[in-house]
Structures are given as structure tokens and as C-alpha cells.
Design a protein. Structure first.
Length: 351
């Protein structure tokens, strides 16, 4: 097939709409993942069965077998067992992990099957096949990283490793940003424009955002959100921590670098104050985007950023009330989308 006939068969706008749907599914699984973490549900399913694991237990005997497997985990032995966990309580945490895994399977199918169809139909514009294959590979990697993360909570500890949790989240959000960027490039392709390129200020903004996401994942993994105050709407929890600017309780015995990645007090402190550096960088990016004539992207970035800051403060004040914490994670994913959109708008090339 020559280039002219291939261009006639290409359907960049159709592909961009498909990728927008995939992005929405990724945002959904990030939210469900947040609920799974907050409800301590992540290690409730102790095996990874790609096909048979699609269905939940369908009989009382099957539920008892699943519960027996969970009863061998450190989380049950040290925490939930002594607390008197019942089968009904176990079914609740099983549900969220099962939904998380089921949605992951659905996203894989929602990406792979249409990709194969578009490929066979010759609907993929020239130059986009390697990028789409790379996004598919990132999705497969996410599944592997997810099981690698869960194993750390089944074998080693009462909770999953916060480093593996951060890796799991970053792969998901990197995939989300890549899907959004590619969808926007395909819209430009339909108008005859070349793919956008990443400008230095956008690269700086994305790097600052990645650092904040890592700190946020560490904070969640270390259960560090509740250490700032005394409980529900504790007003000394922000901007102070326990009524102080520099929190009391940081263990620096193994050095500052170790404390920054392991001590919950210092991780929480770093997350809340790095946020303001991120605010500055993203506001600069949004203003440059607006000056370049891309007002909707600028509004989206300002809105997501402001909402995320307010939700972060409210989550700390509330003692990590689950609905607020979930909204904070949802808005974090939307902030990734808005930053990718703004970065793309800044790097767009003329048609």
C-alpha cells in the first residue's frame, strides 16, 4: 500500500476518541486502586489467576478457601485476625481488590482488541504503530508490577511495599499521560499537524509532578497521612504538623536520605511542602499555555491544581477520611491529564 492510499484509510479522529475512552478507564482504575489501598484490601486475594480469577468465589466452600489463603498472610495474622475479622468483613476487602483486577483486565481488552482491529484495517496513521505498541507494553508491565507489589504484602509485611506501590502508581499515570498525549497528537494529525514536542518548561513541570506523585505514593504506603494531627478536623494538622512546622518524631539515625524515603513524618512533610514548588511550576506552565492561545488547557490545569491543593489540605484536616482521600487521588489523576494537555498545547507545531 502506498502512502497516499494509507493516508486515505487512516482514521486519526476515531483513534483519538478510542484513546480518550481508554484514558477514562485508567482514571477509573486509579480511583479504585485508591479505595483498595485505603480500605487495606490489596492483599485480600493471594493468587494471580488471569482467567479463572475473573469470577469471584461462587459457593460458600470457595469463599472459605479464599479466606483460608488470606489467613496465612502477615496482615491477617498480626492485624485482622486478632481484631476478629469475619468472613463477611473479608468479603468486603475481597470485593475491592477483585474489582481492581477485573477493571485491569477490562482495560487490557479495551486497548488490545481495538488496536488489533485498527491495525488490520489500516486505520493507524503512519508513525503511530510503535507508540501504540509501547503503550500496550506499558499496560502489560502495569499488571506485572501490580502482582509484584501485592506479593510484598503477602510474604514480607502487613502492607505492600511503599516503593512498589509508588512504582505501580507511576506506571499507571505514565501510561495515562502517554495515552492523552497520543490522542492529542492524533487530533493534530487529522488537521495535518506534526506531533507536538516537549518544551523545557513542560519537561520541568512533568518532572516536578513526578516527584510529588512519588512522595504521595510513599505517604500512602507508609500510612503517613494521619500523623499530622489528632483526628477529625484537627486544625493544628495544617499548615503545621502536630502544632509545629518541623514535625516531632523524625528518625534520622540512618541519615537524611533514608529518612526521606522511609520515615513517615519526613515523607509527609516533604509531600506537603514540595506541593508549593509544584504549584509555582505549574502556574508558570499554565500562563505560558494561555499566552500561546490555548486558554482551555490553561483553565483545566489551574482548576485541577487548585482543587488538588484544597483536597490535600482537607484530607489531612479530616484525618484521612476515605471519601476525601479518594477525591484527592482522582484529582491527582486529572492533574496528570491537565499537565499532559498543557504540555502538549505548548509544544504543538503549526499545521
Amino acid at each position: 500500500m502506498n502512502a497516499a492510499s494509507h493516508a486515505l484509510k487512516a482514521r486519526p479522529l476515531v483513534l483519538s476518541r478510542w484513546l480518550a475512552c481508554v484514558a477514562a478507564l485508567i482514571i477509573a482504575i486509579v480511583v479504585v486502586g485508591g479505595i483498595t489501598r485505603l480500605t487495606e484490601s490489596g492483599v485480600s486475594i493471594t493468587e494471580w489467576n488471569v482467567v479463572s480469577g475473573t469470577l469471584p468465589p461462587l459457593s460458600d466452600a470457595a469463599w472459605q478457601r479464599e479466606f483460608a489463603h488470606y489467613q496465612q498472610t502477615p496482615q491477617y495474622i498480626r492485624i485482622n485476625g486478632p481484631a476478629g475479622m469475619t468472613l463477611a468483613t473479608y468479603k468486603f476487602i475481597f470485593f475491592w481488590e477483585w474489582v481492581h483486577r477485573l477493571l485491569a483486565r477490562g482495560i487490557g481488552l479495551a486497548f488490545a482488541v481495538p488496536l488489533a482491529w485498527f491495525w488490520l484495517r489500516g486505520a493507524i496513521p503512519t508513525g503511530y504503530k510503535p507508540r501504540l505498541i509501547a503503550l500496550l507494553a506499558l499496560g502489560a508491565l502495569q499488571g506485572a508490577v501490580g502482582w509484584w507489589m501485592v506479593k510484598s504484602g503477602i510474604v514480607h509485611d502487613i502492607k505492600v511495599s511503599h516503593f512498589r506501590l509508588a512504582t505501580h502508581l507511576l506506571v499507571a499515570l505514565t501510561t495515562l499521560a502517554g495515552v492523552v498525549w497520543t490522542a492529542l497528537d492524533l487530533v493534530g494529525n487529522a488537521r495535518g499537524a506534526a506531533p507536538a514536542h516537549l518544551r523545557p518548561v513542560a519537561a520541568l513541570a512533568l518532572a516536578a509532578l513526578v516527584i510529588q506523585l512519588i512522595l504521595g505514593a510513599w505517604l500512602a504506603g507508609l500510612r503517613a497521612g494521619v500523623i499530622a494531627g489528632a483526628g477529625w478536623f484537627s486544625w493544628d494538622a495544617w499548615p503545621l504538623m502536630q502544632g509545629r512546622f518541623w514535625p516531632d518524631g523524625i528518625d534520622g539515625g540512618n541519615g537524611f536520605a533514608y529518612a526521606l524515603s522511609h520515615d513517615p513524618y519526613l515523607v509527609h512533610f516533604a509531600h506537603r511542602w514540595w506541593a508549593w514548588g509544584l504549584v509555582i511550576v505549574l502556574v508558570v506552565l499554565a500562563r505560558k499555555v494561555r499566552a500561546g492561545g490555548h486558554r482551555p488547557a490553561s483553565i483545566a490545569l489551574h482548576s485541577a491544581l487548585g482543587t488538588q491543593v484544597l483536597l490535600g489540605i482537607a484530607t489531612v484536616w479530616s484525618g484521612v477520611w476515605i471519601p476525601l482521600a479518594v477525591l484527592h487521588q482522582l484529582t491527582g489523576a486529572l492533574l496528570v491529564v491537565a499537565t499532559a494537555w498543557a504540555s502538549h498545547a505548548l509544544g504543538k507545531r503549526a499545521a
